[in-house]
Design a protein around this ligand. Structure first.
Ligand code: SF4
Length: 343
């Protein structure tokens, strides 16, 4: 994915977690030439054989909230690359209330592919407390319209906004499933300097989620979305996403390997459930093999071997070997008890 940051200059909204207004006050939007340069730079570093799908992605503020002429100018650049076969898809993120027929007709004319909606929550109270400026009803309408036009739909959700709870996170994931996007992103809330959320944090009005709780809520949402066949393309912010947060981030929620924290927890949960239903001889040492495919192996071990430590402490009589079995799917874990080896 080739990300192109398009700041939403003059964004009239006041989302409490966003520092865009401060950024855009001193940062110019890229010119078409800048976009060409960015794409060329990325293309020169991507190896075509290794990169199955190359997408140009307009991120930042709300792409469809900028004047339509500006959208067209950026899209025209991306379309040229797509028509030439040098990129495969055109992708963008926007707000659910910046979608209508005129906007979608224009995106169609430029052969755009994927529209991600920054939904954040389906709980109207969370949306209100977060200053989003719309309620959840618009998400159903926009999501449907995007799908009716034949675009690939993405939904982004945040975890830990003011007023949110495990129940509202689960509700948001379930409502997302009802809309049926192809892709989703899960972002634990990060407190960035120069935001209203930061002020609430400083005054004690907002308490960031402890990391463990953020992992727990995200894990439950992850399960609901993946069970429905939704491809979760990101979990947690990348450090490069925070490149514009010049004043830093606060609270303990941010973790550079947040996805691994969540997927490790899922691995632990799956392996624990299998151990609990296995019939071990009481009070004896038993050899057990844990399996994951090569891609999910590190999640089975856990971030900084946390799962290994957990199973060692919780099941001292088990002699566990961690093995690769590429017949398993991603995030599928299995155990096998070595028969005749109990002592
Ligand atoms: S998150 Fe988007 S819509 Fe909200 S204030 Fe920031 S730029 Fe505007």
């Amino acid at each position: 994915m080739i990300p192109i940051f398009i700041p939403h200059k003059g964004c009239p909204n006041d989302c409490i977690f966003c520092n865009q207004k401060k950024i855009t006050a001193r940062q110019d939007a890229p010119t078409e030439e800048d976009v060409v340069n960015t794409i060329e730079t990325w293309l020169s570093t991507l190896e075509p054989a290794k990169t199955e799908t190359i997408e140009v992605a307009f991120f930042g503020g709300s792409f469809t909230g900028i004047p339509i002429e500006a959208q067209s100018a950026y899209l025209a650049v991306a379309k040229k690359y797509k028509d030439a076969g040098r990129i495969h898809k055109i992708h963008m993120s926007t707000r659910p209330d910046y979608i209508d027929e005129e906007i979608l007709d224009n995106l169609k004319a430029y052969d755009a592919d994927t529209i991600e909606l920054g939904v954040q929550s389906f709980d109207d109270e969370v949306l209100r407390l977060s200053g989003r400026g719309h309620d959840s009803s618009i998400v159903y309408k926009s999501g449907q319209l995007i799908k009716d036009y034949g675009f690939e739909l993405g939904i982004q959700l945040m975890i830990g906004l003011p007023g949110d709870s495990l129940a509202s996170c689960i509700y948001s994931a379930e409502e997302t499933v009802k809309i049926g996007p192809a892709i989703a992103r899960l972002y634990p809330t990060v407190i960035i300097a120069d935001t209203a959320l930061y002020e609430q944090y400083r005054s004690g009005q907002y308490l960031p989620l402890p990391q463990e709780e953020a992992v727990l809520r995200t894990k439950e949402m992850y399960k609901i979305l993946t069970r429905a066949g939704i491809n979760i393309i990101r979990v947690g912010l990348k450090s490069t996403d925070l490149i514009n947060s010049e004043g830093g981030t606060f609270g303990q929620t941010y973790h550079p390997a947040f996805r691994q924290l969540v997927e490790s927890e899922l691995a632990k949960e799956a392996l624990k459930a299998q151990l609990q239903s296995a019939n071990f001889p009481k009070g004896k040492s038993v050899k057990v093999d844990f399996y994951a495919n090569g891609k999910s192996f590190s999640n089975m071990i856990g971030h900084r071997s946390c799962n290994k430590t957990y199973f060692q402490e919780k099941y001292p009589l088990l002699q566990i070997r961690y093995r690769v079995n590429d017949a398993l799917c991603d995030q599928q874990f299995a155990i096998s008890i070595i028969k005749g080896d109990s002592q």
